[in-house]
Every structure is written in C-alpha cells, then in structure tokens.
Design a binder for this molecule. Structure first.
Ligand code: DLL
Length: 432
C-alpha cells in the first residue's frame, strides 16, 4: 500500500511531472530570488534553456555557504506573510542556515513523512514516541506534525532525560519509536542498566531512525535489541527536513520522493553527473516547494541512486544508505576513509560494542588513525592475552578493509561520551 499515487507513476508520467515542476520552479527562483537571477545570468543560462530533465546539468549548483551568505531570509521566494514555520540547522561554524516553509510546503512535508510512516505500516492505531530533539532542528517537529496529521498519537518526549523516556515508553506503551540511532542505542543501554526487560516491558514494533550515518551492523543491533522493524529515514533541513527518503520493508535502499526532490549523483571533485549505480555526492533540486525552493543543492552526502524496480511496487528511485559526507571523509596518508567503513568492521567483531571514537592525528609528517572502542561488558575479560588477541584481530580486520594501519585502543564499557542528538564519531586533531 502506498500513501500517494505519485509514488508509483510510470516512468513517462513521473518525468513529465518532474519537467513541468522543474520549469515552474526555475521561473519562480529566477524572478523572485535575486541570488538565483544573478547566478543564472553569470552562468549564461535562463529558465527557458531547460527543455529536458537532462538539461538540469546546465544549471549552477547551490551550496550551504550560499544560504549563509544570504542569511537569514535572502533565499526565500515568498514574503514573510506566507511563511508559517522557520527552522535552522546548527552547523559547526559561522551563521546557521535558515529555512522557511509556507502552508503548502508543510503539506508536502507531511505528505512525504506520511509516505515513510506507511512504509513502516504505521496507522492511526499506533502511539509514536518522538525522541528527536524539538526546536530549530527539523527532527522533532517534522515527525510530530506529520504524525498528528495522520492522527497518530504522538508523545513529544524530545531527546535526553533517558530514564524519563523509558518510563514513558513503558507506561504509555508506544508502538513506534523515532530517534537518532545513537540515542536509540543509548536508550537500550540505560534500559538494561535500570533493570527493564526490553522485550517484555515495551510494546515497540517499529522505529524510524536517521540524521546520522549508520552502518548495517548498528542498524541490525538496534532492531535486535528493541525487537523492532528498523526503518531508515533521510533528510536535510535545506530540502525539507526528515522525509526526503525512507526504506520500505522490502529493501535496505531508501525510496527518494523524486516527484518533490529531483536527485542527481555527481562527482564531488569535478561536478560531473555520474551514471545510475555509481557512488558520488547527492545533489537535490526541489520541484514543488515555495518558501525555499533550491536548485541543484549539494548535500555533501555520499550515496548512489538506482531506478531498478522495487518489489513493493513503488517506481520512485532509491538511494543507498548514506556512506558518509564528502566533508567527513578522512584522508589518511592519501587513502580515503569513511567512518561508516570503520563501523562496519567493528560491527562484525565480538567482544566490543559500537560505542567508539575515531581520532585522526599526526605522527611526524605522517597521518595516524586511532580508534577507541568500548569493550562489551558481558564479554569483558581481564585475561591479558584475550585482550591482546582481540586488539590484533581488530587491527588486522581494519587493515584488510581500509588498507591502512589503525591503532586500536580497547576502553572500559560506558567510558566514552554518549550523545542525545547526532553522535560525534570523528575527532580530527590534524592542523587544517
Ligand atoms: O538531520 C533531518 C533529519 C532528522 C533526518 C531526523 C532524519 C531524521 P539536518 O540537521 O539539516 O537535517 O542534517 C542533515 O544529516 O545532510 C546528512 O549528512 C545527515 N543525515 C540525515 N539523515 C541521514 C541518514 C536532519 N539517514 C544531514 N543517514 C544530512 C545518514 C543522514 N546521514
């Protein structure tokens, strides 16, 4: 069952829809957003030059710094009386990026989230504990608003206050959990420490997790500990927030709602559009948004796109789970390393947990990579030779997968810092 008919249009119908809305969006931005008029003029391209979907490659990219340069509302294409919601993403440095939604944009957001909920089999019979942070971050209110519109009973527990979250989860009997994967794992850890019987005390059957890259191993672990179906949800505030893509129960690939968000995969270095199935940076053009329409936005997220039909019957394309960010990719003595590759290796090893930190540093002129990983408290052993072997095994597996030498440090259970929102896995101590 799908939530809207646009999820399963035939190719010609979908492309006709995309082209029509692309042309409308280009006229909108060219005439209403001075930034785009200037940029298109400098690039020597006009909205009417875009006659086919492939012509999109003629258009310039939009980058995060363009939103910052036009802070706070310079990229909006409507007057403030049309805007009903403002969010902003924290970012690490400088001004935040600000995004605005009209009533129509809120409808689109609720629609794509409704599609995700339907992929997880969620209905108005369910109770959803929303443990995403509420506030300027789009996670909390994005899930909340869509759940309410679908008449799902939503518990706005927000993130943090883990003991209280667990109490609510048990007493209110939520059947659906939404959180960042790292917080879901932390909740399970605290539940065990507080003596809950996770399978018996809670009624959860499905969860929607996203906002940070997560390996298959960690996803399986969360699904297993909580005894739930794991659905991954992807999104970014510049495009809409959570709900850009989500996986159905037939596959780990995420259906991307390309009737609203036109995807391309490009080579992050050259900007050239790559063929289907090739990994590169995801670029998205919004096709239907009014408040903040955005053209060829460089997400920085590394993935691939396929249009091989899915068994569920949806015809919209699918992206693979985000491998990492182009700016998170570590270059260690010339070798590209994504944190997700490391997590993948760790997830296959017994005796440790998936609480870890990656530290890049310099030793003389060379880069060195260290991974601090917590031991599993159930398997912990004082046996020096056991720990020595475990460390060697891990170093060997990392060398085989990453093609670089990694220093592994086995640390005590629960000694690394926990996160309530997005986990910080990488510390790069090298001078930039
Ligand atoms: O993280 C929106 C969101 C909230 C998505 C809740 C899913 C769940 P931002 O704060 O703008 O928006 O951060 C966007 O987070 O470019 C990715 O790098 C990362 N990200 C989001 N979802 C995933 C995911 C929200 N499923 C940035 N896997 C994006 C990996 C993700 N990374």
């Amino acid at each position: 069952m799908t939530f809207s008919k646009n999820e399963s249009l035939c190719k010609d119908e979908l492309q006709a829809w995309q082209l029509k809305h692309l042309k409308e969006t280009l006229l909108r931005v060219y005439h209403l957003v001075p930034f785009y008029k200037k940029k298109f003029d400098e690039h020597g391209v006009l909205p009417q030059d875009i006659k086919t979907l492939d012509d999109i490659a003629k258009l310039p990219f939009t980058k995060k710094h363009d939103l910052r340069d036009n802070y706070p509302f310079g990229m909006f294409s409507v007057d403030m009386d049309q805007i009903v919601r403002i969010h902003s993403s924290s970012g690490t440095t400088g001004k935040p990026t600000v995004v605005g939604y009209t009533e129509h944009d809120m409808d689109i957001w609720a629609e794509v989230m409704g599609r995700a909920f339907t992929m997880g089999g969620v209905t108005c019979q369910d109770i959803m504990q929303n443990s995403h942070g509420y506030g300027l971050f789009t996670g909390g209110l994005g899930f909340h608003n869509a759940a309410e519109r679908m008449k799902i009973a939503v518990i706005p527990s927000s993130t943090g206050f883990t003991s209280r979250q667990l109490l609510l989860l048990k007493d209110f009997g939520a059947t659906v959990l939404t959180a960042t994967p790292s917080f879901a794992l932390h909740m399970a850890e605290v539940a065990k420490a507080e003596g809950y019987d996770i399978q018996k005390d809670f009624k959860l059957r499905v969860g929607f997790f996203g906002a940070e890259p997560t390996s298959e191993g960690l996803k399986n672990e969360i699904a297993h500990i909580w005894g739930i179906d794991y659905h991954e949800i992807y999104g970014l505030s510049e495009i809409i927030g959570p709900g850009v893509a989500c996986n159905c129960k037939h596959s780990n690939l995420l259906h991307i709602h390309e009737d609203h968000f036109y995807p391309e995969i490009i080579d992050p270095k050259t900007g050239e559009v790559l063929p289907e199935g090739t990994r590169g940076e995801l670029v998205i053009t919004t096709l239907t948004k009014q408040g903040l329409p955005i053209i060829r936005y460089r997400t920085g997220d590394i993935t691939s796109l396929t249009r091989i039909p899915c068994r569920c019957g949806r015809t919209i394309g699918r992206i693979e789970s985000i491998v990492g960010r182009s700016d998170d990719m570590l270059l260690i003595n010339g070798v590209n390393v994504f944190p997700s590759q490391i997590e993948h290796v760790l997830s296959k090893q017994e005796g440790i947990t998936l609480n870890y930190q990656i530290i890049a540093d310099k030793k003389g002129y060379l880069d060195k990579l260290e991974i601090d990983v917590e031991l599993d408290e159930h398997l912990i052993s004082d046996d020096v030779s056991y720990l020595g072997n475990l460390k060697k095994e891990l170093q060997h597996a990392l060398l085989n997968n990453l093609y670089i030498n990694v220093e592994v440090k086995l640390v005590a259970p629960k000694s690394l810092q926990r996160s309530e929102g997005k986990a910080t896995r990488v510390v790069d101590k090298r001078a930039k």
